[in-house]
Ligand binder design. Sequence first.
Ligand SMILES: Nc1ncnc2c1ncn2[C@@H]1O[C@H](COP(=O)(O)OP(=O)(O)OP(=O)(O)O)[C@@H](O)[C@H]1O
Ligand SMILES: [Mg+2]
Length: 485
Amino acid sequence: MSELAAVSEVTTIPRRSTPERMQPEKAGRILIIDDEAEIRESLETLLQLEGYTVVVAGTGRDGLTHIGERSFDVVLLDLALPDKNGMEVLSEIRLLHPQQAVIMITAYGTVENAVRAMQFGATNFIQKPWDNEKLLADVRAAVARQKAEEENIQLKRALKQRYNFENIVGKSEPMLKIFDLVAQVAPSRSTVLLQGESGTGKELIAKAIHLNSTRRDRPFVPVNSGSTPPDLLESTLFGHVKGAFTSAVTSKKGLFEVADRGTLFLDEIGTMGMDTQSKILRVLQDRKFMHLGGVQEIQVDVRIIAATNVDLRQMVREGKFREDLFYRLNVISLDLPPLRQRREDIPLLVQHFLLKYSEENERPKRRITTEALRPLVSYSWPGNVRELENTIERAVVLSSGTDIGPDLLPDHIVGRGSAVPALDANAGATLFSIMEDCERRIIIDMLEKCGWNQTEAAERFHVPLSTLNQKIKRLAIEIKKKNRE
Ligand SMILES: Nc1ncnc2c1ncn2[C@@H]1O[C@H](COP(=O)(O)OP(=O)(O)OP(=O)(O)O)[C@@H](O)[C@H]1O
Ligand SMILES: [Mg+2]
């Protein structure tokens, strides 16, 4: 299922198909990308006779445009294309649609390439001249697999719609798992610990848990331990009696009481002082607490959801976080994956934010061009969804036409001017040293995009980690520690 198709499902009511129209759709939709008209035609005829809906493209660029506009069950892709190498087209398809089934078609003598294509994620490859029966069997198998995967996603999406997950966008496997878990844990009273880098959506998920629980009509009360001064945090949470401390001229309720029968969201719990941690532990154990300076115990029924972007286990090992509290909070833990580990969500999120900010700014809905979407999908997003949201908001505000192209995206995302060295500043440089300089910049650029994760960079360069490490050594690249937190 293509992202664009998925988006239209989110934003429009699906059109009902007539029984006549459903027939070929049932067999599957195939895109053929091949520069030879004869081959296109014979494949088209063969597949149409089997009931498939077929779209043809003579160039890689045309093929990618079709893929951007609609979803296909299988793409048949020629390895040798006039405008783009089939392998390049394959990696662009992979970038935008990691699940897309792609069968490579190759002439004799290029089997090595075909094997490489399989390593790049092609589903299968077929040699020219092909055997019709074998080709049809391969297509049938790929369509069946694609449909099964789609069905799985549909089921999960239906589940998502049954719950109140408004404004939460995601179709990647890890996010669908999170939706499942949210649906499962929401109705209970269990404490939930949300872990994830900054901007991954922890607060959004905390609210979704609250809204899908029986507490939805009671308050959802967020408290940020990081931004509240430590001495104020306790009186904010537990309240105080008049005269408890010098400035306590009147008594005040704490947020635990405000959140009674609702949910208290303890954000950035890792920044909470040890004393406050003990008091929180007590409320979790006994459901009772006292106002600061008070003597009376107050009973509350509060569900706690805690969030952190630091590794609490590590803090426990370092003696900076109470182990007993950690286990109390960690009854159910949800790890929100960074955006760079679920790139299939990016086009969907882009559409979501385009709509949101076009509406907010009272402008007609902006459209993202394929050229602009590509860098958005491959950028590493150290600030995760929040950074993507800000990028789209900025682009919508700056745009004057309906299209948003790469010119409206920040330089570091589009990669403008990052890799190519300024040649005139290189007087006396040899071709070899210029090339080394280039290589160094390209590698540093990619490492930065991957948050200095060498394994991820090697994967994205499609080279073994050992090769990347050799280059890093030879080019004397200094490895920075993960610096995104
Ligand atoms: N899956 C998503 N769908 C739509 N919007 C999202 C999604 N995830 C995050 N956002 C948006 O991104 C922004 C950041 O999300 P949120 O504040 O929940 O992140 P966070 O993990 O709490 O970050 P921090 O650790 O910095 O507090 C919010 O505006 C939120 O609405
Ligand atoms: Mg937050």
